[in-house]
Design a protein around this ligand. Structure first.
Ligand code: ZN
Length: 254
C-alpha cells in the first residue's frame, strides 16, 4: 500500500493528541455515489453553480421557494437520489473512531446525513442537513416530514417564523449556534483530520488554520492536493473509504 507509512505516522500523531476532531467534505460521500459540487465531475462544474443570491431570493419569496422545492425538479441535483445513498467504509471508520473514544467530534460540510446513518453521534453539520428543516427566526430544527405543507411557507410552531430547508444556501449566513460550536471545538483541538475537502469554503476552511495556529497538527486524507496541503503535518493521498478503515486498524493495533 503506497501510503502505509503516512497512515502509521498519522496514527502516532492522533494517539499522542488530547482532543482529535475531524472535518469532512464532499469527498467522503463520493464513494457513496453522491457527486461533489466542485471539481472534475462535480455537479456545479457540469450544470453551473446555483444562484449566488439563493438566500435573498428565498427571503423575498418563501412561498415560491417551497413551490419549487416540492415541484418535479427537486430531485434532479444529486447523482444518486440522496435517499438511496448509503454510508461507505469511510463513514463507518469515523463512527468507529468516535466509538473507541479517539475522535471527539466530527464537523461535516455535507448535508447528506450519512455520518449519522453510519453511527457517528457527535456531529456538527456546518452546512445543515437536507433531512431537516429550520426556522429562519429562532433557529429551531425539525424533521423534514414534520409539517403537512398544506400552507406554504410552513411556519415555526415556536415563533411563527418562516421555515426553510436546514441546508445552508448561497448568501445565507451559517447559523450562529453551529458557528460557535465549530470554533469552540477547533479551539479545544490539538489534532484535526481534514478529510475529502478542498478546504476552500469558509468558515469550514478556517478551522484547520485555528488548530495549526495554536500549535496543533493537521492530517489530510484526500486523493488530491488541496489548498491546505502545504501546511499539513501528514497527507494521506487516498480516497477516505479506502484509507480510513486501514487507519482505524492501525490505531487499534498501536
Ligand atoms: Zn422559530
Amino acid at each position: 500500500m503506497a501510503y502505509i507509512n503516512e497512515i502509521r505516522e498519522a496514527a502516532k500523531l492522533v494517539l499522542s493528541s488530547n482532543y482529535v476532531v475531524a472535518l469532512t467534505g464532499a469527498g467522503v460521500s463520493v464513494e457513496s455515489g453522491i457527486a461533489p459540487f466542485r471539481g472534475p465531475g462535480g455537479l456545479w462544474t457540469k450544470y453551473g453553480e446555483p444562484p449566488m443570491n439563493g438566500y435573498r431570493r428565498f427571503l423575498a419569496d418563501p412561498k415560491g421557494y417551497w413551490e419549487e422545492r416540492l415541484g418535479p425538479r427537486k430531485r434532479r441535483r444529486l447523482g444518486i437520489p440522496i435517499n438511496e445513498a448509503k454510508p461507505n467504509p469511510g463513514h463507518f471508520a469515523l463512527a468507529e473512531m468516535e466509538g473507541i473514544g479517539i475522535l471527539k467530534v466530527l464537523i461535516t460540510q455535507n448535508v447528506d446525513n450519512l455520518h449519522i446513518v453510519a453511527g457517528s453521534r457527535n456531529v456538527i453539520e456546518i452546512h445543515g442537513n437536507s433531512y431537516k428543516l429550520r426556522c429562519v427566526d429562532c433557529g429551531a430544527r425539525f424533521d423534514r416530514d414534520s409539517f403537512d405543507l398544506l400552507e406554504l411557507p410552513p411556519k415555526c410552531p415556536n415563533c411563527t417564523g418562516v421555515v426553510k430547508g436546514d441546508a445552508v444556501m448561497f448568501g445565507e449566513p451559517i447559523p450562529s449556534d453551529i458557528l460557535r460550536k465549530c470554533k469552540e471545538e477547533a479551539g479545544r483541538s490539538d489534532c484535526i483530520l481534514v478529510i475529502g475537502t478542498s478546504a476552500i469554503v469558509h468558515p469550514a476552511a478556517s478551522l484547520p488554520l485555528m488548530v495549526k495556529r495554536s500549535g496543533g497538527v493537521i492530517i489530510e486524507v484526500n486523493p488530491r492536493r488541496s489548498e491546505l496541503s502545504d501546511i499539513c503535518d501528514v497527507c494521506i493521498r487516498a480516497p477516505s473509504g479506502e484509507a480510513l478503515p486501514v487507519f482505524v486498524l492501525e490505531l487499534a493495533r498501536a
